[in-house]
Design a protein around this ligand. Structure first.
Ligand code: FPP
Length: 272
C-alpha cells in the first residue's frame, strides 16, 4: 500500500468478501495527456504505473483473477505511431515487471487473437507466460487484440468442431456450460466487479459473456490517475452492493400471497 488513505480504506473491507475476479477497462490515457498539453503516448506511458499498482494490490488482497483491457480489436484504427508505442510499452512492462510478478506469485496469461501481434511482442508474452506459469497466486489476464464477440464466436465454433470430431453434430445442443468452458477464462470465476475509468458508460466489447452479473463501478478518474485509494473505494462500493443474480433478497418478508392479492385488488380498483 502506498498511502495512508488506501491503507485506512483497506481496513474497512470485509476480507471474506473481496471480489474473486476484478476486470478493468483502463480508459482516459489520451485525455490525461491532452489536459497536460502532452502527446497521447505520454498518457499511455503514465498508464503503466496504475497497472503495476493494481496488480500488486489485488495480488496482496487475495483477488483470484485480475483482467485488464489493454488493447481491443478496435484499437487498430489508431495511428500507427500510437499502436507501436503501445507494443513498446507492453514489452517494457513485461520485461521490467517479471521479477515483481514472480515475487507476488502472479500467473500471467494473455487473452486475445495474438497471431496479429508483432513477433517481438509475442515472444515477450510467451516468455513472461512461461516464466510465471508455475506460480500459484493471482491470475493476471491481459486482454490484447481482444473482442468479446470474437471470443464467444470462437467458443461456439470450438463446440461445433468438437462435436463434428466426435460424430455428434446432428444432436448437438449448445448450453451455457459448453460456451463457458470454451472461453479464454474457462478456468476462472466470472468477474464480480467491472471497473471502468474516465466516466464512459460502456462495456466496449469486453468480456461480454462473463460480465453477465458483474457489478459495475465507473469513475471519472482518468486511468493514469487511478490509484490504490480509488481501487479500495471500488472494493468498498462493491461490498455495499446487494448481489441478487436475478433472484430476491427478502429483508422484511411480506407473505407473497397476501402482497400479491392486495396489489391485484388495488390495480383492479384504480383501473375502473
Ligand atoms: C485507453 O485510453 C487505453 C488504452 C487503449 C491502452 C491501455 C494501455 C495502458 C494502460 C498502457 C500499458 C498497458 C500495459 C498492460 C502495460 P485512451 O487512449 O482510449 O484514452 P482516451 O479515451 O482519453 O483517448
Amino acid at each position: 500500500m502506498d498511502n495512508l488513505e488506501s491503507q485506512e480504506l483497506a481496513l474497512l473491507l470485509d476480507p471474506e468478501r473481496i471480489p474473486r475476479h476484478v476486470a478493468i477497462i483502463m480508459d482516459g490515457n489520451g485525455r490525461w495527456a491532452n489536459r497536460r498539453g502532452l502527446p497521447r503516448i505520454a498518457g499511455h506511458r503514465a498508464g503503466v504505473n496504475p497497472v503495476r499498482d493494481c496488480v500488486e494490490t489485488c495480488a496482496q488482497m487475495g483477488v483470484e483473477a485480475l483482467t485488464l483491457y489493454a488493447f481491443s480489436v478496435e484499437n487498430w484504427k489508431r495511428p500507427r505511431t500510437e499502436i507501436d508505442t503501445l507494443w513498446r510499452l507492453l514489452r517494457f512492462y513485461l520485461r521490467r515487471e517479471l521479477p515483481e510478478l514472480n515475487k507476488n506469485n502472479v500467473v500471467l496469461r494473455v487473452l486475445g487473437r495474438l497471431d496479429a501481434l508483432p513477433a517481438k511482442v509475442r515472444e515477450e508474452i510467451d516468455y513472461a507466460e512461461e516464466r510465471t506459469q508455475r506460480n500459484r497466486g493471482m491470475r493476471l489476464n491481459l486482454a490484447i487484440n481482444y473482442s468479446g464477440r470474437a471470443e464467444i464466436l470462437d467458443a461456439v465454433n470450438a463446440v461445433i468442431a468438437q462435436a463434428r470430431l466426435a460424430g455428434t453434430l446432428d444432436t448437438l445442443r449448445l448450453d451455457e456450460e459448453s460456451i463457458s468452458s470454451n472461453l479464454y477464462t474457462s478456468d476462472l470465476p466470472d468477474p464480480d466487479l467491472l471497473i471502468r475509468t474516465s466516466g464512459e458508460m460502456r462495456v466496449s466489447n469486453f468480456l461480454l459473456w462473463q460480465i453477465a452479473y458483474a457489478e459495475l463501478y465507473v469513475t471519472d478518474t482518468l486511468w493514469p490517475d487511478f490509484s490504490r485509494t480509488e481501487l479500495m473505494r471500488a472494493f468498498l462500493d462493491f461490498q455495499k452492493r446487494e448481489r441478487r443474480f436475478g433472484g430476491l433478497v427478502m429483508k422484511d418478508p411480506v407473505p407473497a400471497a397476501i402482497a400479491e392479492d392486495e396489489w391485484i385488488e388495488e390495480t383492479a380498483v384504480s383501473s375502473k
